[in-house]
Write a protein that binds this ligand. Structure first.
Ligand code: NAI
Length: 333
């Protein structure tokens, strides 16, 4: 089995190599992302293994089908980069890694959140410059605050569990709320307007779909509490970035933590330190002292990387052996 692995970096190769070795699979690593220009590289492979910012639209998938590649084994949970309908029509199976370590992402939510509310990013810089003043560093307790989650799935639940440990009241908005799940999780399911109005912290964990695109827009932001914090570790497109910047300028938000960004493709995961940042919105976001941006590293723990690599190889083995694809992504998912 020859697998073309796209958008790879040093940190994800060793885990994939180790897992592939156990299955006897051969990997070809490409640093490039899979798209119209790079699709010829899949020739001679049986499977492609893309990551979050590879773009497998209909034209790319058609090229892959012509090159006889019939399996897309995503090494991430989100599948918004693949035209699932086109893949099904072309007879290309798509699998993903639905859960590897929800805790890795949920813990990153709190890395961002605590940095923002206790201003440790500013304290770190100050102390290194010999400035031991506390002016401007007043934060707020998480204890007693309301933590609202949009998308009470695996990561959302892991984040709520951590929030409960801090002593937060926990609210959730999900497309499929149920009293049973609320009792299981220990949260209150509310409608989105209640969540927006009552939460001190809002953490986004719904997938990016046509329905959730710009879920946090100017209207939603206006419904949020003055002085609230928003954290997005899901997908950038959930937030209308223009509206977010406007809100930040008015001082309505106390903090914004972004591990994902609407236009992150081609920027996140890359070292662009030798050139000017071309994205004016991203450049503007980096100027706010109360905005903390990380470049999609929620998944980046030893535990998550090993689990991702293992599930990818299991998905490929299932495909190779004609077994049911338990992690298949199908139209309408
Ligand atoms: P999940 O599938 O377990 O949970 C998603 C939840 O969102 C479900 O409960 C679903 O009912 C809900 N949902 C779907 N559509 C909705 C809507 N329109 N409104 C409200 N709720 C809706 O997914 P999981 O594993 O918790 O992952 C969530 C997202 O996190 C993924 O879609 C992915 O985009 C992102 N992610 C980010 C990572 C990072 O490194 N920053 C790593 C892994 C995932």
């Amino acid at each position: 089995m020859r697998i073309a692995v796209f958008d790879t970096k040093r940190y994800d190769r060793s885990g994939l190599e180790e897992a592939a070795g156990k299955f006897g699979y051969e990997l070809t690593f490409f640093e490039d992302r899979l798209n119209h220009n790079t699709v010829p590289l899949v020739a001679g492979h049986d499977v492609v293994c893309p990551f979050v910012n590879d773009r497998l639209d209909r034209a790319v998938l058609e090229q892959m089908a012509k090159l006889d590649v019939r399996h897309v084994a995503l090494r991430c949970a989100g599948f918004n980069g693949v035209d699932i309908v086109a893949a099904a029509e072309l007879g290309i199976a798509v699998t993903r890694v639905p859960a590897y370590s929800p805790e890795a992402v949920a813990e990153h939510v709190f890395a961002l959140l605590l940095t923002l509310v206790r201003k440790t990013h500013r304290a770190y810089q100050r102390v290194r410059e010999g400035n031991f003043s506390l002016d401007g560093l007043v934060g707020f307790n998480l204890h007693g605050r309301t933590f609202g989650v949009i998308g009470a799935g695996k990561i959302g639940v892991a984040a709520m569990n951590i929030a409960k440990g801090f002593g937060c009241r926990v609210l959730a908005y999900d497309r499929y709320p149920s009293a049973e799940r609320a009792a299981q999780i220990g949260c209150e399911f509310v409608d989105i307007d209640t969540l927006l109005a009552q939460s001190d912290i809002i953490s986004l964990h719904a997938p990016l779909t046509a329905e959730t695109h710009h879920l946090i827009n100017a209207t939603a932001l206006a419904k949020m509490k003055h002085g609230s914090v928003i954290i997005n570790t899901s997908r950038g497109g959930l937030i209308d970035t223009k509206a977010l910047i406007k809100s930040l300028k008015t001082g309505q938000l106390a903090g914004v933590g972004l591990d994902v960004y609407e236009y992150e493709e081609g920027v996140f995961f890359e070292d662009l330190s030798h050139q000017a940042l071309k994205d004016d919105m991203l450049a503007r976001l980096t100027t706010f002292p109360n905005v903390m941006i990380t470049s999609h590293q929620g998944f980046l723990t030893d535990e998550a990387l090993a689990a991702i690599a293992h599930t990818v190889m299991e998905n490929i083995a299932d495909y190779q052996n004609g077994q049911p694809l338990v992690n298949a992504v199908k139209p309408g998912a």
